[in-house]
Design a protein around this ligand. Structure first.
Ligand code: NAD
Length: 499
């Protein structure tokens, strides 16, 4: 049995707690490795060492730090296939999806190659007699990233890139379900020239997370995961005086107007609803067609597309549309929710229950399900299912569809499919959701914009990556200086070189 490690001081270090979590192969249901769960003492020691390393890293000029990002980007490209396989092996997603996971993280590293531009300060000349003001952005010190299982490469890269290129040291606590990609990325960062100790990958569970939250040296916490944990971490970090941004769960709706191209909408819904087995925070889990005719026509198009979906292990290659879910518990929870949907009166149009794959009977595969006539009181509407289940809620009018999205407690992503620019603009302007797609089902913004939900999908300030991330990982210091007037004699006339 492979025993994973922590990454401390630029090398693999065995855990000392004696506690481990099983890392499963979701396709076979077998344990493929075990990951150590750090104690508070291990976490505190790693944080203290990071604080020492951070001083030298912060004193390294921003352009040199950016060069580490350049080398890191090259290495990620070089090892793309290996990283994608590492993602798929522990998560279960298909290889093209594993590659997408790495790619969308790499794009944030590419932006961080230009970090010096984001770290420039502000200057006011002659704000008063002989008075100038300048503001500089300085790193925070030691910051922490706590990440979920569902994007084992992308989200750690979203955290590492901006935090490190801004001159911070980082403690990364990846998901204990998919820890290997973070450990491999740490090796590549060392190869790219990151000094030892500036990135420490500490594996663990609640004990390790609480040690981060209660450690005074940690200045900021960037969390991504489920809403209850996001809310808990935000509260405890903020109480302890830390800067915190905690991104949570989602229930993303797609509104389909009667004038939409329904074939394109159905294709988009199938990809966005069932891709990665629905285990994406930007997955569309609710389709909201406007008008009975639209709803009937949409269901008619969705059924054959969903029935055709191929479920299987990533090793089956391009033949597979989505893989297993992450654990046996996740599978049982999804099956139970589907059962509840039926009991509460929703119409199960495609039934994914009882799915079993020959040769992989112990894997955590779940068949695709489609519900019609779902109403907002039902559990399948209220809960983030995080599985391959799509619910159709019929709306009588555009206003009713918009109100449904606005009343939902989550506000991560949403989309509208329509041929009418006026409706699309109205939707984008009025909806209270952080990321909006117009004829675009999964509107994850490009890396030079930024990512963040509203309402119960995010706690704290500022978005992930893009310009917001550099604000989050630095603090502003403003200097007001006065030089008393009166030019002195003895000016020098030769062209001075910079020291
Ligand atoms: P999770 O909340 O169970 O775990 C996330 C992290 O928190 C992990 O590192 C885990 O070890 C830690 N953790 C878990 N329980 C904890 C506890 N009681 N105390 C302290 N730390 C704890 O989430 P997950 O199942 O790994 O990921 C799926 C969730 O993440 C979904 O809800 C999904 O929508 C959400 N997500 C959100 C975004 C976003 O940007 N909004 C992106 C991806 C995933």
């Amino acid at each position: 049995m492979q025993e994973l490690t922590h990454w401390i001081g630029g090398q693999h270090v065995k855990g000392t707690s004696g506690r481990f979590a099983d890392v499963m192969n979701p396709a076979t249901g077998e344990v493929q490795a075990r990951v150590p769960l750090a104690t508070k003492a291990e976490m505190d020691a790693a944080i203290a060492a990071a604080a020492v390393a951070q001083e030298g890293w912060a004193a390294t000029n921003p352009q040199r730090r950016a060069r580490v990002m350049m080398a890191f980007g090259d290495l990620i490209n070089k090892h793309m296939d290996e990283l994608a396989e590492l993602v798929s092996r522990e998560h279960g997603k298909t290889l093209p999806d594993g590659r997408g996971d790495v790619q969308r993280g790499l794009e944030v590293i590419e932006v961080c190659m230009g970090a010096p531009h984001m770290l420039k300060g502000e200057y006011t000349n002659d704000g008063g007699p002989g008075i100038d003001l300048y503001s500089m952005r300085q790193p925070l010190g030691v910051v922490a990233g706590i990440t979920p299982f569902n994007f084992p490469a992308m989200i750690p890269l979203w955290k590492m890139g901006p935090a490190l290129s801004s001159g911070n040291a980082m403690i990364l606590k990846p998901s204990e379900r998919c820890p290997s990609t973070s450990l491999r990325l740490a090796e590549l960062l060392k190869e790219a020239g990151l000094p030892d100790g500036v990135l420490q990958v500490i594996n663990g569970d609640k004990e390790a997370v609480d040690a981060i939250l209660d450690n005074d040296t940690v200045q900021a916490v960037g969390f991504v995961g489920s809403t209850p944990i996001a809310q808990y971490i935000y509260g405890r970090a903020a109480t302890n005086g830390k800067r915190a941004q905690c991104f949570g769960g989602a229930k993303n709706h797609m509104v389909i107007m009667p004038d939409a191209d329904l074939d394109k909408a159905a294709d988009a819904l199938v990809g966005a609803g069932f891709g990665a087995a629905g285990e994406r925070c930007m997955a569309i889990s609710v389709a909201v067609p406007v008008g009975e005719k639209t709803a009937d026509a949409l269901i008619e198009r969705l059924i054959p597309r969903i029935e055709k979906l191929k479920v299987g292990p990533y090793t089956a290659g391009a033949d597979v549309d989505f893989g297993p879910v992450i654990t046996a518990q996740a599978k049982a929870r999804i099956d139970a929710l589907v059962e509840t949907g039926v009991k509460q009166g929703a119409k199960l149009v495609v039934d994914g229950r009882g799915f079993s794959l020959q040769g992989y009977e112990n894997g955590f595969f779940v068949g695709a399900s489609l519900f019609d006539n779902v109403t907002p009181e039902m559990d399948i509407y209220r809960e983030e299912i995080f599985g391959p289940v799509l619910s159709q809620v019929r709306a009588k009018s555009y206003d009713e569809a918009l109100a449904l999205v606005k009343d939902n407690p989550f506000g991560n992503g949403t989309a509208i499919f329509t041929a009418d620019g006026d409706t699309a603009r109205d939707f984008a302007n009025k909806v209270n959701v952080g990321m909006v797609g117009i004829n675009f089902p999964i509107p994850v913004p490009l890396s030079y914009h930024s990512f963040g939900g509203w309402k119960k999908s995010a706690f704290g300030d500022l978005n992930q990556y893009g310009p917001d991330a550099f604000k989050f990982y630095t603090r502003t210091k403003t200097v007001t200086q006065r030089w008393f007037s009166g030019i002195k004699e003895g000016g020098e006339f030769h062209f001075k070189q910079m020291d």
